[in-house]
Structure formats: structure tokens, C-alpha cells
Ligand binder design. Sequence first.
Ligand code: SF4
Length: 585
Amino acid sequence: MRIAVVHKDRCHSRKCGSECILYCPRVRTGDETILLDEEGKAFISEELCVGCGICVKKCPFEAIDIITLPEELEYPTHRYGPNSFVLYGMPAPIQGKVTGVLGANGIGKSTSVMILSGQLIPNMGFFDEEAKWESILKKYTGTELFEYLQLLSKGGVKVSVKPQYIDVIPKVFNGLVKDLLKTTDEREMLSHYVEKLSLTGILDQNIRLLSGGELQRVALTAALAREADFYFLDEVTPFLDIHQRMAAAQVIRELAEQKPIVLIEHDIAILDMLADTVHVAYGKPAVFGIITRPKGVRIGINQYLDGFLAEENVRIRDYPVTFEVRTHDEGAKKSQLMQIPVMSKKFDRFSLQVNGGDIRAGEVIGVVGANGIGKSTFAQLLAGAVKPDTGEMTDTVRISYKPQYVKTDSTDTVEFTLRQITKAFDSGRYQHDIIEPLSLEPILQSPLSTLSGGELQRVSIAVCLSRDADLYVLDEPSAHLDVEQRMKLTKVFRQRIEGKEAAVLVIDHDIYVIDIISERLLVFEGTPGVEGRATGPFDMREGMNRFLKELNVTFRRDKSGRPRINKPGSFLDREQIGKGEYYYQ
Ligand code: SF4
């Protein structure tokens, strides 16, 4: 079964001379396999196409995808039109359960939520006929979705949605946090969520002045406080520190006792803790998406990380994602890049104490700790941009910094922006080390202001790594990246500093990301907004133990070696706390 997708926004037939048509072997033998429609965009007949792929290679704007799918998929769930995105399968909301969805961005989440909220009637690929509930229900008879779709067909479903990109909230609401939240308090649970998610201090603030982490917690509260039949939460962890992630998980779990929740989440440790079942979503962004039937959480996540879906007999990645069971400290052999002196800095309401340490050339150091505990001040001290009150930076280094929140109104294209920073843009190494692993090729001609949160994050990482620097400091590079993109970060960081007198410091709250990318750990302790202490860098065992002890969270390993959060108070939790082994037991 073959699908042809033409990305209309990238198809410019007047600029390329319609090379797809000129070179298509079927057109050359007289068939009308590719035509230009009335807007001058390519239209490909899926019936006539033989799938040679020549048009895909000839198109200079990467506007065409030709994909062969297994016949077993039968009917799609929905297709927007000819030569456009197609979705197979759907997540199934189940009463009293959290249904997790794990997979890349751009492969059908929004379409699924539009269908499950009744905004879109699925057409099963028959886009030239009006979609009818009768035939849809017939198709889904005997599946987990039947009951839900039956309810939906009668128009009896109310949905509450937490959107993925929360920066739209200040654009549609200008006012105080408490005024926004009051309008959502349909379950009379507002004060409970305000307390659990620590929102009391910001209730009187204007929504436009909130940080990303605050806005994320307000958005989650607004979604959970509504009375609905089904809750759809699209990424709840970006910009939250690990304490806040655990608090968010707790309130979601409470609601799941009563209502069905579908949760899309790229922080696998949190998804693992929260979900009762998992659907794996795979495909090619903007081309096709396949959402599997539900799987057990452990099995679904392990199959996803392994890259092979056993029941579907499909390989979704040609390499497995693995975790280090040992504690890695290969950095001991590396030369010192800089000495971090003992120093301190006091502001009106916050003070930071740095206990001293070293950074070695060629290493990636993970930085963990709560939001508001002094990590950005620490980076400014290292760069010499802020002078310490006590102690002195003798080895100031050139720092390239990627901030936690990335916003821009610039209309410059991605390529123009990168060329302003580096002369190496056209080199093979730059393309191999930065452009390819960060999947920037399809968006090089897009203006920055039009990018999605995930695309902007990848561009910001590229901007940070393209500068000439000794130390690259990246604050929450995983925010809005899907799991695939998160796993590629290690490769990007290591390739960037390979053979150079440089190092990378990564501040992140996704434990799996920290585990996979870090050779050593810098741990921030203290009270957020009051006082912070930078300790380390430590080897991974000591660093994880210090960090998780403060959180009072332990991880066990399953048979695949993947760390999983222990249930608080369980036998393993108590045993590991007793031994002082919170992560590498
Ligand atoms: Fe023609 Fe299909 Fe080959 Fe494209 S893939 S050149 S449409 S036959």
C-alpha cells in the first residue's frame, strides 16, 4: 500500500521547473502520474505511482514523500485529503485510567484529540464522502474504543485539554492568574490544585509575567479543574523541575481515579510512573502516523526504547536506547579545562554558595536541582559576567549559553540565523554534527517566528553549539523535544566537543536524559528563591544519590536495565533508602 504526500507549503513548481514531472518514469511513458493542480502544486496519483522515489530525490525543496506501508493496516483512521497526512489507529481513553502516548511529535496527536473531542469525525480515508458515524462504529466494534466512540457519536462527550504549547495562553488572556483560574473551577478543586502545585504566591500576578514553569502549572490546573468526561494532557513536564513534576504526577493520578485521561509525555520516567497503559506512536512527521493498540506500560516503553514493536512486528529505529547500569566516570582521564573556585554571591533575596570543583576538556556534565536555585547565576559567574562577593574566577572561559525559555518574533530564516553565527555552515562536518542530528534541513528556509516550540528548541541548541566557546551551557534543552530527539542530544553534544578544548554543561530535569548524556553531575541544593549551593561535579553514583536523597525518590532497574521509579514506601524503596543507593543499586 503506497501513500504519496506533497507538502504544499514547500512545493514551488515555478522555481524548480517541475522536475518531479519531468523525471517521473510513469509520466515519461504517457501516464498522468504527477500533475500540477490549479494552485501550481504537484498532485500525485497513488494508484499510478510505482514508488520508484525519483520525484523525492529530484525535488529541491523536499516537498514530496512516497511511503510504502504494510497491507495489514487496512483503512486509515483519518486522512485530510489527497496527498496529505494520514493517521492510523487512535489512543483509547479508559474510565479510571491514564492512557499514555509515547512517540515523536507531528504524527497524529492533534488529529487524535480533535477526533476524541468530537471536533472531527474520522473519515477512514474516504475524504471525498461525508464521514458517517454508522460505518465508523461498525469498524471499531469489539475494540477498546467502541464504547467511547459510541458516546461521542451521540454528542455526549465534554473534553478538557491542556495544550502542548502554553505560550498561547498569555496571547488569549490578559489578566491575573486568579481571574483565569476562577473561570475554570467547575469541580470546586481549585484551592487543592493551587496548594499542591505551589501556585499561592503567583495568584495575584498578571499571566503575561509568568515564567514557563509557572505558566505550565497554571495550564495544568486550568485543565484539571474543569468538569469533563475526558481529559487530554499534551506534555505536562516542560519547564517543571523534578519536584514540580512529581507534584503534577500526583494530581493527575488523583483525577485518574474518577475520569479517563490521555497523556502525551516525553519524560519517560514520569510517563512510566503515571500511565496504566501505553500506545506507541510512530511514523514520519507530517506524512503519516500509526498509533498502536494499548500495551502494558513496562512492555510498551521497553519496546519503544528497544526500537522493535513485537506485536506489530515493526522496527521503528535501527538502534536501541540503553542505560548505563554501572556509574560512568570516564572523565577521570581527561585534562582539566577550568578550575571552579570556592565563591559566593549575595543578592537582595537570594544567595549562592559555590563549593568549588573542576571541569574537564571533552566532558558533558549534567546539572540537576530545582528551578530558582541559582543555576543561571552560576553560569554567569563562570563567564565572568557577574563578579562573586567572595572568591575569584581565575580561569574565566568563553561561554555559549542557551536559556531555558526560547522566544522570538524574528522573521529571519533558520539558515540566515545560523550563517550569521558560523562560517562553517557549508562544511560537511557542520552538516553532519549539527544540521542532520537536529533535523534542521526541512526548516532551514522557515522564518524563526513561524517555528513550533520543538523546532525553535532545536534551532536554539544549534545556535548555542555554533558559537566559538570553551563551555557550552544549555538550560533545559529537552523541553518540547520528543523522545527520539532527546536521545540524539548525546551524540550532538559529544560530536561538538570531540577533539576540542571544550566542555558541555546541561541543566535538565528529565532523569533519563541526564542519565544518558552525563559523565559527571553538578548538584544544586538549598531552598529555591532563597539560597542555593552548587556542589560537585561528582561521579554519577554520588551525584544521583545526593540529588535523589533530597527528593526522597528511589529507582529500581527492570530486566532491560531501565531505571523505574519505586512506589514510595514499597519494599524496594525502603531497602534502597536504607542502603543509601537511590539510583545505581
Ligand atoms: Fe513518479 Fe511515483 Fe516514481 Fe514519484 S515515485 S517519480 S510519482 S512513479
